[in-house]
Design a binder for this molecule. Structure first.
Ligand code: 5AD
Ligand code: SF4
Length: 450
């Protein structure tokens, strides 16, 4: 027998490619899919054409994310024709939408496996069925399952890790599809979270970001009485861990206890991601956000008082139904008042089955785009000005590796979350160092290790 042939064949059989759309939750799900595949002998590739399994982990939060998936699935037809043994799987939030799985199978009949957000832990089983029986598998579970612990996770970084502390969302903001596709809030047990972080630390991880759609309601429904602030304080005790961040906080649920935990706990970074969505109380009410502009600003004031040098980031939507020029100006003025360090800005996208999609006063596309551009200009100006304030200052940076754009420099982030590219000792990768900022760019800082 020709040995080369066997080796080559094995190599092709064993590679998988994952394309992830959307948020950090999906990234984490993909790390789990990847972890499960590695456990059964597959290896990851970044070259689609080399893979024997291609997975699309989809997002449906905005229409353009969906359109990208349709476009990319269409392109797989040629690959499948060339290699009929190729297994194509589509999963994630988009699949949880009514009728979507059938639409995909009808439009792209060469897709082999379809599953949703609640049963992704079963992927190896589905794969086996396709391989053994040559069948197409479509399994969407409508109701959220119990939390499945112990799934291997193949993380992208060996320094920073995301750890999910809760799944789902109960908030039903009127524009948002997440509660429909990710189910109700479920918290992981604190001992499972702590154990995962301790294991990460023993493997050399230095920074953890705790994840959840609404981390501030952590603990509800658990047997043990625990809330997010007490979880943070327990995590802060873990020896060897350097930094802890978390996202996302809902302004209506962010308590003073959590703010004080950030102030008091040395490992908790001074960074708060606090999505405002709009600066107009009228729009906030229509969005079902349960806070007013004034309450949000009050919260920001309290955070700034308790945590000096806090880094503030946010999410903002422009063009929500009924948004007038006056409402939009309130968003601009709020952005100027808070002075965010960065902001994720979105054009409102109509999502089927959400209440906002039924609202009559939808905003014209041209108006949405014009407002979006004005908002981005305003934010960029603020971010650049805030970055300038760092010039001459010394900041603590966790050295993550070589800078993407310049191999002679290192890169990392400050405790408040700012990206820093700097000259320094390459032996310090993975360590905390002090960096003097010499120049501020629009979206990052430049400096030298001191
Ligand atoms: N249109 C535009 N942006 C949206 N987001 C959620 N749903 C929509 C939508 N229909 C944004 C919100 C949220 C972020 C993750 O995505 O700002 O905080
Ligand atoms: Fe969507 Fe609102 Fe839940 Fe965030 S809090 S996931 S915006 S419903």
């Amino acid at each position: 027998m020709n040995n080369n042939l066997i080796i080559n064949d094995k190599k092709n059989q064993d590679l998988f490619f994952i394309c992830t759309y959307g948020c950090q939750m999906n990234e984490e799900d993909s790390e789990k899919l990847s972890g499960m595949l590695k456990r059964i002998g597959y290896e990851r590739t970044d070259v689609k054409e080399d893979a024997s399994i291609i997975i699309f982990n989809t997002c449906c939060v905005r229409e353009n994310a969906e359109n990208k998936v349709f476009g990319n699935l269409g392109q797989l037809k040629a690959l499948k024709e060339k290699n009929p043994n190729l297994v194509i799987a589509v999963c994630g939030c988009m699949m949880q939408q009514k009728g979507m799985a059938d639409k995909i199978l009808k439009t792209f009949p060469y897709v082999d496996i379809i599953f949703g957000t609640h049963n992704s832990y079963k992927f190896p089983e589905y794969l086996n069925r396709v391989k053994q029986e040559g069948v197409q598998v479509k399994e969407i579970v409508d109701k959220e399952s119990k939390i499945v612990e112990g799934i291997p996770i193949d993380r992208k970084s060996d320094l920073k890790a995301f750890v999910t502390i809760m799944y789902g969302c109960n908030n039903f903001c009127t524009y948002c599809i997440v509660p429909y596709v990710r189910g109700r809030e479920r918290s992981r047990k604190p001992e499972d979270i702590i154990k995962e972080i301790e294991e990460l630390v023993s493997e050399g991880y230095k920074e953890i970001t705790l994840l959840g759609q609404n981390v501030n309601s952590y603990g509800k429904g658990l047997e043990e009485e625990i809330n997010f602030a007490s979880l943070l304080r327990r995590i802060n005790e873990i020896e060897g861990l350097e930094r802890v961040r978390f996202m996302t906080s809902h302004p209506k649920d962010l308590t003073k206890d959590v703010i004080l935990a950030i102030r008091d706990c040395d490992k908790l970074c001074e960074q708060v991601h606090l999505p405002v969505q709009s600066g107009s109380s009228k729009i906030l009410k229509d969005m079902n956000r349960h806070y007013t502009r004034e309450q949000y600003l009050e919260l920001v004031k309290m955070i700034k008082e308790e945590i000096p040098n806090v880094g503030f980031t946010t999410d903002i939507i422009v063009g929500f139904p009924g948004e007038t020029e006056e409402d939009f100006k309130e968003t601009l003025s709020l952005v100027k008042e808070v002075e965010y360090d960065s902001a994720f800005t979105f054009i409102y996208s109509r999502r089927k089955y959400t209440p906002a999609d039924e609202m009559e006063n939808q905003i014209d596309d041209a108006v949405k785009h014009e407002r979006f551009n004005r908002l981005v200009d305003t934010i960029n100006e603020i971010v650049a000005r805030k970055n300038k304030e760092f010039e001459g200052k010394v900041v603590e940076v966790l050295v993550e590796g070589t800078s993407k754009n310049d191999e002679s420099r290192l890169t990392g982030r400050t405790r408040s979350g700012k990206l820093v590219n700097f000259t320094g000792d390459f032996n310090n990768i993975g360590k905390l160092v002090n960096v003097k900022i010499t120049k501020a760019q629009s979206f990052s800082l430049t400096g030298e290790e001191v």
